[in-house]
Design a protein around this ligand. Sequence first.
Ligand code: NAP
Length: 358
Amino acid sequence: MAPVPRGGVVAVTGSAGFVGGWVVRRLLQRGYRVRACVRNTADLTRVGFLKAMPGYASRRLTLHAADLDQPGSFDAAFAGADAVAHISHVSGYADQDHILRVSQDLIDSIERSGSVRRVVVTSSVAAIISEMDLQELVRRPVFDEDRYPDESNPKRTPERGQGYSMGKLAIERVFSQAAARSGRWDAIVCCPGDNVGPIQSAHQKDMGPWQSLINQMLLGECRQNGVYRPWMTVDVRDDADAHIGLLESPRVANGERYIAWSTETRPVETICADIDRLLPELGHLTPPVTDDFPPRIRERETEMRAIWAGCQLRNDRIRAVTGMSFRPLDESLRDCVESLLAIAGTRPVLRPGFSLPD
Ligand SMILES: NC(=O)c1ccc[n+]([C@@H]2O[C@H](COP(=O)([O-])OP(=O)(O)OC[C@H]3O[C@@H](n4cnc5c(N)ncnc54)[C@H](OP(=O)(O)O)[C@@H]3O)[C@@H](O)[C@H]2O)c1
């Protein structure tokens, strides 16, 4: 399938979100025409930053109201578009039938467009690594695109917290199968790691979850998370470039999935302390790390940390098909913190003798 033409029209679902907002900005910078899909075009707290982007005044960027829960509501935004970056969340991940239904509705809109040639579908590394049994990570420690969670584990259910990774896998498959049936468009899957980097709008401080956890660290709370899994990060701007690289690449094929992460890993407690290391002028008071895990998890901390330490993260495939490289986490963390202060107005807890500028 031919990749998206330079300067072509790209529709972006989830444009008001952390990742989607950066995809919109980078697409504009690369000369594309962008149709930003959001649920409420009138909610300036969520879309004000899109309207402030260069490109909105000239109408190279347009906003479109569309909700996955309303069949057909993406028709107008997709009509005549060359490509779709389907980045938005669904309304929830507990009901797998609902996920399939709204995905099929979006596919129907793609089919009705008559013009869309490529769709990049945002999945997650959760669809690669999220296991009910951590021993599975010992048996299969290489985190590459060929890896899938053990789907035969009977405990793998939404009720036990696997709805997100199950839903993402279902979305990957339903899009690839529909594209194969259609033959007129292809679906390429992007599986991002933990996104860290600058927010563009104050409302994004509560999303993520990674920027929201960093915001809480600034406010004096750092919680152990993810059964001691270190953060496996990608800068949100690199994630956006990965999506665009997959839209543009002539070297990808329908049904392929690509992991977008830097392969750098860092435990949450180090990230928390790194705020002061990276921005010593700020005087952030590094909070103690609290561990809310139940005793049965806490007593396995050493074992779990060792399992994660034995995992090997790969990103060679996306680098090969897009030519992109990834920023170091230090840069993402620094820029995330500065954006939380400057854009969201977060007032961090500081050590005695430090204060914020007037
Ligand atoms: N952030 C990460 O670290 C990370 C890691 C791996 C994968 N991902 C994936 O990347 C995508 C974007 O994540 P994000 O962090 O940017 O999330 P986000 O900031 O929460 O943005 C998600 C967007 O999804 C939209 N949305 C939710 N329900 C919708 C519905 N029913 N119809 C239409 N739009 C809907 C929301 O739109 P409105 O604002 O218009 O209401 C929201 O802006 C998600 O698919 C996520 O699973 C994220």
